[in-house]
Design a protein around this ligand. Structure first.
Ligand SMILES: [Zn+2]
Ligand SMILES: [Zn+2]
Length: 247
């Protein structure tokens, strides 16, 4: 936590004093750290999903645009239970940018508890035997130093606590800093993240079923690049999950 600014730490400390407040909206809360109004504002992301990659699609389609063009991802399936808007967007921002790491536990539990509902991701298997390895999307070391924590790792810890899957930290590395992707086209985003990730050791991936965890899926360019690296290392199956997905 060494990288968190002092003002954020003091702010965070004030949040933990009596009366307890919701860490998302700061209204008073009876128990926990997220109030019921904020929880009710978390909007579920519902089917239909792309038959090949899990991306939400309009009701009149079977495949998403990229899969329809034959540009499928190296991962088998991507899943995010919530829409990245409203109080979910606020909660993720408070976790990520305001250092409210206490939010990772309830948010990670929401993700873990949503996973069994996603049949294609688990492919009919029970939750416990679905994945051998869980890998959170790593931050670049300089970003990790500034932020003091990796929100994807905090969420992945809760997923593993809820399922018993093995958490692997440190093998997948982000070796290149990537400029923000907001204004880029799909092609530019793919080029932007190409070669940004590498595995220290490829052997632990061999014949393994790997779940990649992130906080938010936007264009999926990052997830696609990581899945490519892990699949090339011999993983038998790669899937992706995130707490939320932007439209
Ligand atoms: Zn609230
Ligand atoms: Zn697709």
């Amino acid at each position: 936590m060494a990288g968190i600014p002092v003002s954020t730490l003091i702010d965070g400390l004030l949040d933990t004093l009596y009366p307890p407040v919701c860490l998302v909206c700061r209204n008073e809360v009876d128990t926990g750290c997220i109030c019921s109004a904020c929880c009710e504002g978390f909007r579920r992301l519902l089917p239909p999903y792309c038959d090949r990659c899990g991306e939400p699609i309009p009701a009149n389609r079977i495949l998403c645009k990229r899969c329809g063009q034959g540009n499928s991802a190296a991962y088998e399936w991507s899943y995010a239970p919530y829409q990245y808007d409203g109080s979910m967007l606020k909660a993720i921002h408070r976790l990520k940018y305001d250092g409210r790491t206490a939010l990772a536990k309830p948010l990670g539990k929401l993700l873990a508890s949503a996973l069994p509902n996603c049949d294609p991701l688990l492919d009919g298997r029970t939750v416990l035997d679905a994945f051998d390895v869980v890998i959170p999307v790593p931050l670049h070391p300089s970003r990790l130093k500034t932020r003091g924590f990796n929100q994807a790792e905090l969420l992945a810890r809760e997923v593993c606590a809820g399922t018993g899957w093995h958490l692997e930290i440190g093998n997948l590395q982000r070796v290149r800093k990537t400029p923000t992707q907001t204004a880029m086209t799909m092609e530019e985003r793919a080029a932007n993240v190409l070669g940004a990730f590498t595995l220290r050791e490829t052997r632990p991936m061999l014949h393994k079923q790997v779940l990649i965890v992130d906080d938010v899926l936007t264009s999926t360019s990052t997830a696609r690049e990581i899945a490519r690296v892990i699949a090339e290392a011999g993983a038998s199956r790669v899937c992706v999950c995130a707490l939320a997905r932007s439209a």
